[in-house]
Design a binder for this molecule. Structure first.
Ligand code: PMP
Ligand code: GLN
Length: 397
C-alpha cells in the first residue's frame, strides 16, 4: 500500500484529523504565499515590515553567545516570569506569583490552545465574539469543544447583550475574549467587560482573554477582564511579545492567572512543546522592563499609519471602519467592487493591483455564508512608503 494511502486512511479514521480538516491551511499563510508569488504588497498577514528595538535583538544574540542554549525550565525562565508579573502589576495593578501564576508559552497561539485544551471536555461550549481570530475555532476542534458565537456589528462592533446572554447554556465552560480585537480593532469598553464579567460570575464560567494587542491601542483604554471584581480567580490572561516588540517571529507568549488554572495549562504545555526558546524569553523579559513610554512607542508610530491607510481607502471609495487598536483596518468593499464577495475581491486583487488583503469573511462561521461577505481586513503595520505604494496600486482597481 502506498504511503499516501496509509496517510489518507489514518487521517480519515482519526477523529481529530477529521475535525481539523477545515483548518488545513491558515488564511494568513495562503495570502502571504500569494503575495510572494505575485510580488504584491502584503497587507494581509499581520506582521510589521521593520523589526523591533536593536537593544532586544542584542539581548537575544548575547544570550545565544553566552550559553542560553539548552532547555530552559518548562514554565519559562525566571527572568521572564518575574518580568510578566511586574508588567501586570505596573500596568494593571494585578499582583501575581511569578512561580505559580505565570506560565511562558510558544506565543499566544500555544497559550490559547493550551488553555482551551486544559479547561474543556469534549462537548463543552466556548462563547466567543464573531468575527473570531482564526485559531480559536481550531482550538475548539482540537479539544472537541463547540464555539458559540456572538456577533459584533459595524460600525462600532457592538454586540447585543441579549445575544450574549442567550449564548450561555448548560454546557458553557468558558468565554474566550480577544480585546483589543483582531480583526476589527475594537477595544472592549468597561460596560461591555462588566456585562461579560456578570455573565461569568452568574454562571460560574471561566474566562480566557487574548490581549496580544494590549499595547497597540490608539483610542480608549485597554482593561484586562481579570481586573474586574470576582474575575481574577476565574480568568486566564494571555499575551505575547510578538506585537508589543515587533518581533512576531520570536513566538514568546504567556498565560497568567490563579495557580490551579495555570497548573492545568502547564500540564498541557509540557506535552505540546515542553518549553519555549530560551534566548527569546530573555530578550522579551528585557523588553517588558522598558519604561511605559517606550512600551507605548509603537502605538504612537502606528496611529499615523492607521490614518494614512484609512483615509486613502476612504478616498478610493471604501467604507472604512477605523480601528481603535491593533494593526488592522476593516473596509466594506460594496461600493468599490459591486457584486463581489470579499473573497472574490481578495483573490482578484493581487493580479489586478498587486496588493494582498484578507477577506474578513474567513473570521465568520462558515455555516453562515452571508456573514462578513463584503468585509476586507488590511494590515497597516508597514513602512509609510509601502502604504502609499499600496494605495497607488489600489487606485487602478
Ligand atoms: N491572538 C491574536 C488575536 C492574534 O492576532 C495573534 C496573531 N499575532 C495571535 C494571537 C498569535 O500570537 P503569537 O504570535 O504570539 O502566537
Ligand atoms: N495574527 C496574525 C494576523 O492576524 C497572523 C498570525 C499567523 O499567521 N498565525 O494576521
Amino acid at each position: 500500500m502506498a504511503i499516501g494511502t496509509i496517510t489518507t486512511m489514518a487521517a480519515d479514521g482519526a477523529p481529530l484529523a477529521r475535525r481539523l480538516r477545515p483548518f488545513t491551511t491558515t488564511i494568513f499563510a495562503t495570502m502571504s504565499e500569494l503575495a510572494t508569488a505575485t510580488g504584491s504588497v502584503n497587507l494581509g498577514q499581520g506582521f510589521p515590515d521593520t523589526d523591533g528595538p536593536d537593544e532586544l535583538r542584542e539581548v537575544a544574540v548575547a544570550a545565544i553567545r553566552h550559553g542560553a542554549n539548552q532547555y530552559p525550565p518548562s514554565a519559562g525562565v525566571p527572568e521572564l516570569r518575574h518580568a510578566v508579573a511586574a508588567h501586570q502589576d505596573t500596568w494593571y495593578g494585578m499582583e501575581l506569583d511569578p512561580d505559580s501564576e505565570v506560565l511562558v508559552t510558544v506565543g499566544a497561539t500555544e497559550a490559547t490552545a493550551a488553555c482551551v485544551l486544559a479547561l474543556c471536555e469534549p462537548g463543552d461550549e466556548v462563547v466567543m465574539f464573531e468575527p473570531t481570530y482564526d485559531s480559536y475555532a481550531a482550538c475548539c476542534a482540537m479539544a472537541g469543544a463547540v464555539p458559540r458565537l456572538v456577533r459584533l456589528h459595524p460600525p462600532d462592533w457592538e454586540f447585543d447583550p441579549d445575544e450574549l446572554v442567550s449564548a450561555v447554556g448548560p454546557r458553557t465552560k468558558l468565554i474566550l475574549l480577544n480585546s483589543p480585537h483582531n480583526p476589527t480593532g475594537k477595544v472592549f469598553g468597561p460596560d461591555e467587560l462588566a456585562q461579560i464579567a456578570a455573565l461569568c460570575t452568574a454562571h460560574d464560567l471561566l474566562a480566557v482573554t487574548d490581549e496580544v494587542y494590549e499595547h497597540l491601542v490608539f483610542d480608549g483604554t485597554h482593561l484586562p477582564l481579570a481586573t474586574l471584581p470576582q474575575m481574577r480567580e476565574r480568568t486566564l490572561t494571555v499575551s505575547s511579545g510578538g506585537k508589543t516588540f515587533s518581533f512576531t517571529g520570536w513566538k514568546v507568549g504567556w498565560v497568567c492567572g490563579p495557580a490551579p488554572l495555570v497548573a492545568a495549562v502547564r500540564a498541557v504545555k509540557q506535552f505540546l512543546t515542553y518549553t519555549s526558546p530560551a534566548p527569546f524569553q530573555l530578550a522579551v523579559a528585557a523588553g517588558l522592563g522598558f519604561a511605559p513610554d517606550a512600551l507605548g512607542a509603537p502605538a504612537a508610530e502606528l496611529v499615523a499609519k492607521r490614518d494614512l491607510l484609512c483615509e486613502g481607502l476612504a478616498a478610493l471609495g471604501h467604507t472604512v471602519y477605523r480601528p481603535a487598536a491593533t494593526y488592522f483596518a476593516t473596509t466594506d468593499i460594496t461600493t468599490v467592487a459591486p457584486g463581489l464577495s470579499a473573497e472574490e475581491y481578495c483573490r482578484a486583487l493581487p493580479g489586478r493591483c498587486g496588493v494582498v488583503a484578507i477577506p474578513s469573511s474567513v473570521f465568520y462561521d462558515p455555516a453562515d455564508p452571508g456573514a462578513g461577505r463584503t468585509l476586507v481586513r488590511w494590515a497597516f503595520c508597514k513602512r509609510e512608503p509601502v502604504l502609499v505604494d499600496a494605495l497607488a496600486r489600489l487606485a487602478s482597481w
